[in-house]
Design a protein around this ligand. Structure first.
Ligand code: TXA
Ligand code: MG
Length: 315
C-alpha cells in the first residue's frame, strides 16, 4: 500500500483526482487549496456547485490555516471524536477557495479514522477536499468497486477494502450557545452532548446542510421502505429485501441480511453495499428496505433510506 499511497499523493499534488477509503465511505479527493483541481471533483460527480465539500486533514494543527478564528470547543470535540466520523462546520479563512464551500463563509472539516486516508493526506502535504465518491444523488461507495462502477474520470483509486462505518459523517455546526446537527451519522446528538451542550434554541428550526436534497443515495431501481410489514409485493421473484430484524424474511426470496445482532451499527455498515448489490442484480426490480426505530444511529439510517426512496414515493 505504501507504493500506491505515494502514487496517489503525487496525483493530488499534480491537481488530479484520487478516490480513497475513509472510515465512513470512499471519498473523491483533490487538493483543497487548488480551485482548478477541486472543480474536477464537481465535474466528475456531476455535482451542482451549490453543494459544498468537506476538507480532510490528518492533524489538528492543520486546522488553523483553514479557519477564521480558533474556538476552544474544537479541541474538546477533536479529543473526543477525531480521528473519526464527525465534521465540524466552522467560519473559514481566506485561503479556502470559494468553490470548496460553494461561496459560504463556513467550511466543513474532519480528520478521518482510516490509516490510508491519513497517510495520503500527510504524503500529499495538503488538506484534501473530498465528497463521497459517487455520482451526485446516487448510492455512496463503501468499496473501491462501487467507485469504479460510477466514476470514470478518476486518476487513481486507492483500494483499502470495505469501509468500517458505512454511512457518512455526522455534521455539526457550532453556534454561540452550543451545536446543531446538520446531518445525522454514527456519532449521535447524545454522544456530542457529553462533550458540549446542544443549542436547544435552534432545535426546532429544522436546519439542514446545503446540498442535503430530498432525493439522494438512490439506486437506479425502485426502493420502498417497509415501516409496518403491510407491504405486499405483486411478484416476489423481482423483489430484493434489505432485512434488519428478519421479521419480513418469510415473505421474500432474495434477501440481504444487514445485521446478525439487530445492531444499528451493522445496518449502517452494510446498507449501501446491499443497495449496490441489488442495483447490480438483473433479477431484482424493486428493493424493500426494513425500517428501523428512529433513535440514536437509527436516525441516520432512516435519513439515508428516506432520501433513497424519495423519488419513488407514491403519495
Ligand atoms: O463521511 C463523510 O463525510 C464523507 C467522507 C468522504 O468524508 N464525505 C461526504 O461528503 O459525505 P459529501 O460531499 O457527500 O457531503 C458533504 C456535505 C454537503 O452535501 C453539505 O451538506 C455539507 O457536507 N457541508 C459541507 N460544507 C458545508 C458548510 N460549509 N456548511 C454546511 N454544510 C456543509
Ligand atoms: Mg455524498
Amino acid at each position: 500500500m505504501r507504493k500506491e499511497i505515494k502514487i496517489a499523493a503525487q496525483c493530488i499534488r499534480e491537481g488530479k483526482l484520487v478516490a480513497f477509503p475513509t472510515d465512513t465511505v470512499y471519498g473523491l479527493g483533490a487538493n483543497a487549496l487548488n480551485p482548478i483541481a477541486v472543480a474536477k471533483i464537481f465535474e466528475a460527480k456531476e455535482r451542482p456547485s451549490f453543494d459544498p465539500l468537506i476538507i480532510h486533514i490528518a492533524d489538528i494543527k492543520e486546522i488553523n490555516q483553514l479557519i477564521k478564528e480558533y474556538d476552544n470547543r474544537i479541541l474538546q470535540l477533536a479529543e473526543a471524536f477525531w480521528p473519526g466520523p464527525l465534521t465540524l462546520i466552522l467560519p473559514k479563512s481566506n485561503i479556502v477557495p470559494d468553490i470548496v464551500t460553494s461561496g459560504l463563509d463556513t467550511v466543513g472539516i474532519r480528520i478521518p479514522n482510516n490509516d490510508i486516508a491519513l497517510d495520503l493526506i500527510r504524503e500529499s502535504q495538503c488538506p484534501i477536499a473530498a465528497p463521497s465518491a459517487n455520482k451526485f444523488g446516487r448510492i455512496s461507495p463503501t468499496k473501491a468497486e462501487h467507485v469504479r462502477k460510477q466514476l470514470i474520470d478518476v486518476d487513481y483509486i486507492l483500494d483499502g477494502g470495505p469501509t468500517t462505518i458505512g454511512i457518512e459523517s455526522t455534521i455539526i455546526k457550532l453556534t454561540e450557545n452550543g451545536f446543531i446537527i446538520l446531518r445525522n451519522g454514527i456519532i449521535t446528538k447524545e454522544d456530542i452532548e457529553l462533550v458540549i451542550p446542544s443549542d436547544n434554541d435552534k432545535l426546532n428550526n429544522n436546519i439542514i446542510a446545503p446540498g442535503m436534497i430530498e432525493s439522494h443515495y438512490s439506486p437506479t431501481k425502485e426502493i420502498i421502505i417497509d415501516y409496518d410489514s403491510n407491504f405486499v409485493p405483486v411478484n416476489i421473484e423481482n423483489v430484493g429485501l434489505i432485512s434488519y430484524t428478519g421479521k419480513l424474511d418469510h415473505k421474500y426470496k432474495h434477501i440481504i441480511q444487514v445485521s446478525q445482532n439487530k445492531d444499528p451499527k451493522e445496518y449502517a455498515v452494510n446498507l449501501f453495499d446491499a443497495m449496490h448489490k441489488f442495483e447490480d442484480d438483473n433479477n431484482i426490480e424493486i428493493i424493500i428496505a426494513e425500517a428501523i426505530e428512529e433513535k440514536g444511529i437509527g436516525l441516520a439510517i432512516m435519513d439515508r433510506l428516506r432520501r433513497a426512496a424519495f423519488q419513488w414515493k407514491q403519495d
